[in-house]
Design a protein around this ligand. Structure first.
Ligand code: SF4
Ligand code: SF4
Length: 749
């Protein structure tokens, strides 16, 4: 028996919808494949496992629990409802139900899912327009989608309800009230409404006007039940196909791209791509044109769902620097799709209000000092950039020949230099995007191809180049701390000449050797190593800068020079194990020197100390009756997942009470010093002051850290906030030394 719907009409509409969808998707796929292949897009089982956890377990999405639940309901709801949609379409066309439709559990699940998805949609609207979460862009597009999904759900309910009325309410089993509660109630409502005299009269009047002589009232209602069914059925089909076509045109394309993005996302430690500087044919290094984006970077753009999670945690966005990783994704995507019709920063357009004025005018005076606020950055990104009107383009025509430069026309230099490379954006992104790579490639372009950088960055790089330290102190002073140590502690820290076969090479680092505050950490660590009977040695005068600062500032030439020199030194001494007190150096040696042929066991000093404690080679016997909150270093916690080692050390110290900040571990707020920002001016609201205020809010008497940059930033924050009298900042090694040697032990003065 055939159904009540015209099969040919339905087939034609469906083919149209599917064809349009395929055509749009093919265009996007072509855009992605036009990108350079960087070898990063490949399938591996580890990537597949991670992808499964992210897609089906919503691991990242649950970092925001409420959004996680909401998305979970919509995600699984949509999967469930595909079967329901199939049944609705089948029945309309064939007149009979699919076998599954008679199953009571199936019908019950379908109806419950529809109700849950409707609730989730209402909640999503509330989060965006009621709660007004700053990270979520407002406007009509997100609202349109919510209305669309809501309408789709309603069309399911109405189709089922009219179907019920059409067939009479006498069925049992799967179609009874118990198993189809929503459509049954809807059917009852329609029946009551249709039976109301005013409605019957209205239907009869319409019949009389458009169809012919009025039939008896009941007959009229019956006819309209069939019509109602057909209208609902067609509405459902059209909404479904319309949504399918709209998906690849919008951020909802992530339904297809996000799973692929996760499947192809590298799972290893994050690292910067190596540049082949020997390539004599290279016309430039770094990226300044949309064509330079790799396939994976293009896929990232189409996976972005504009959720703002990355911007929400970005220290630059949260302190009014204008940088917003979400907007970077959006603007790059639009640039990729609409070459020549691009954004212009308002401050380059004559007569327009400067975009930085927009930013300044929103200085968050009302924001509490220990909270980040992305409102001014979000506002600036929205108001400060404008899309050129196609009608005013200099090059009218199908595809305007002007391809915008990324730096200046899509992102400003100030935004590029505001990034601390903290990777929090990448850690939060629910679709697995890697926002930092394009930012760093643009920095590299500025430095390597154009020779442009802030003056403080230039000075720092010159100092590293000439003296192998960022301040430009004399190279020979690198060992001054060792002489001082001998005077204070009465024994010599061994160099590789003294101890040519140590278990550990200790990389002291520029901060540890030159900076007077970081030197105290160096002293404490040396004392602890000796106390534990560890065989170690330092390079002394042979130590150079590790190259972290040049690399993060985009100077790959200087980095590679230092990297190769250091590797030659390591290989000369046959070094197999390195310990360092600097998380930046730790990351570099462990994950980035490997691209230049150096493999060694690299440990952070907190990892080695935690290990020594566990093996009872160190005994923290003196109580430290204080409260302490630990600030996690981005390069330790987020880049390398080391969050437990410093906490294990602290928990071993008698009477030390630790308090966690709201943002800690992998979710900790950056101190503001990474990415070379340590050596640059920071105008306006400072990241380290916000972070210090967050630490102070715990009421702890000490701020612990495990990085010389973080320590400097916390101490400076305490000074700026006038809290240095009541709160101190100490490295974890210093706190341990306090407990091992006692306050009078001299390791920490
Ligand atoms: S790496 Fe950090 S500072 Fe840079 S864009 Fe991402 S969150 Fe912002
Ligand atoms: S890049 Fe990721 S976190 Fe940022 S807005 Fe897009 S989907 Fe959200």
């Amino acid at each position: 028996m055939g159904g009540s719907i015209n099969v040919w009409a339905a087939a034609a509409v469906t083919l149209c919808g599917l064809g349009t969808f395929a055509w749009i998707v093919a265009g996007k796929v072509r855009l992605i494949l036009e990108g350079a292949s960087s070898g990063e897009m490949r399938l591996e089982w580890r990537r597949a496992v991670n992808a499964a956890a992210q897609i089906f377990g919503h691991r990242r999405l649950f970092q925001d629990r409420r959004s996680g639940w909401m998305h979970l309901v919509i995600f699984y709801g949509f999967i469930m409802l595909q079967l329901g949609a199939l049944e609705i379409l089948w029945k309309g066309l064939r007149g009979t139900s699919m076998p599954l439709a008679d199953n009571a559990v199936f019908t019950m699940l379908q109806e419950t899912t529809v109700a849950l998805v409707l609730l989730a949609v209402v909640y999503a609207a509330f989060r965006r327009y009621g709660e007004k979460l700053p990270r979520l862009p407002k406007g009509w597009k997100p609202l349109l989608v919510l209305i669309w999904i809501g309408a789709l759900m309603l069309s399911v309910i109405f189709t089922l309800a009219f179907d019920k009325l059409r067939e009479g309410a006498s069925e049992s089993g799967a179609t009874s009230l118990q198993y189809t509660p929503i459509s049954s109630v809807a059917a009852e409502g329609i029946e009551k409404l249709a039976g109301a005299p005013s409605v019957v009269n209205a239907i009869s009047a319409v019949n009389a006007k458009f169809i012919g002589p009025p039939p008896p009232p009941l007959l009229a209602v019956k006819g309209w039940v069939q019509t109602g069914y057909e209208i609902s059925w067609w509405l459902h089909l059209l909404l479904l196909l319309g949504f399918l076509v709209y998906v690849p045109l919008s951020k909802h394309f992530h339904i297809f791209t996000a799973p692929v993005n996760w499947l192809l996302r590298p799972t290893g430690p994050p690292k910067l791509a190596k540049i082949n500087l020997e390539n004599e044919e290279a016309e430039k290094f770094g990226m300044n044109a949309i064509e330079d984006l790799t396939r994976k970077q293009r896929l990232d753009l189409f996976a972005c769902v504009e959720c703002g999670r990355c911007t929400d945690v970005c220290p630059a966005a949260g302190t009014d620097k204008g940088l917003s990783p979400m907007h970077l994704m959006i603007k790059l995507r639009d640039t990729l799709q609409r070459k020549g019709m691009e954004f212009k920063p308002a401050d380059t357009v004559a007569g327009e209000v400067s975009s930085y004025d927009v930013l300044r005018s929103h200085a968050p005076t009302a924001v509490s000092p220990n909270a980040t606020s992305i409102s001014s950055t979000m506002d600036w990104q929205t108001k400060g950039w404008m899309k050129r009107d196609a009608r005013t383009l200099e090059f009218p025509g199908e595809v305007p020949p002007h391809t915008p430069a990324l730096i200046g026309e899509v992102i400003t230099e100030k935004e590029l230099w505001a990034c601390t490379t903290c990777r929090h954006c990448e850690e939060r992104c629910p679709v697995g995007n890697l926002q930092l790579a394009p930012l760093m490639e643009m920095r590299r372009y500025l430095v390597l191809t154009e020779g442009k950088m802030p003056s403080e960055a230039r000075r720092t790089l010159q100092n590293i180049d000439r003296q192998s330290n960022p301040w430009g102190f004399p190279r020979q002073d690198r060992t001054a701390w060792m002489e001082e140590f001998t005077v204070v502690e009465g024994w010599n820290v061994p160099t590789l000449r003294d101890n040519p076969n140590p278990d550990w090479l200790w990389w002291v680092g520029s901060m540890g050797a030159y900076d007077s505050r970081a030197r105290r950490v160096t002293f404490a660590f040396a004392m602890l190593l000796r106390q534990a009977g560890v065989s170690f040695a330092v390079l002394g005068a042979e130590e150079r800068n590790s190259g972290d600062t040049p690399r993060r500032l985009g100077d790959e030439f200087l980095f590679q020079e230092l990297c190769r020199t250091n590797i030659a030194t390591f290989q000369n001494y046959g070094i197999k194990k390195i310990v360092t007190t600097c998380p930046h150096t730790y990351h570099l040696f462990r994950n980035e020197y490997t691209d230049f042929g150096f493999e060694a066991e690299v440990r952070h000093h907190t990892e080695l100390l935690a290990d020594l404690l566990e093996r009872k080679r160190l005994t923290p016997r003196h109580p430290v009756s204080r409260t302490l909150t630990l600030h996690d270093s981005c390069y330790l916690a987020r880049y390398n997942g080391v969050t437990e080692a410093p906490r294990a050390i602290l928990s071993a110290i008698p009477e030390l009470e630790t308090r966690e900040m709201e943002r800690s571990g992998k979710q900790g707020l950056c101190c503001g010093a990474g990415g070379g920002r340590m050596w640059m001016e920071e105008p306006g609201r400072r990241v380290n002051e916000v972070r210090t205020a967050q630490a102070l809010a715990t009421g702890a008497q000490m701020i612990g850290s495990a990085c010389p940059y973080c320590l400097t930033m916390m101490e400076e924050g305490l000074r700026k906030l006038g809290a240095e009298e009541r709160t101190g900042a100490l490295d974890v090694a210093e706190v341990l030394a306090l407990s091992v040697f006692g306050a009078a032990g001299g390791a920490v003065s």
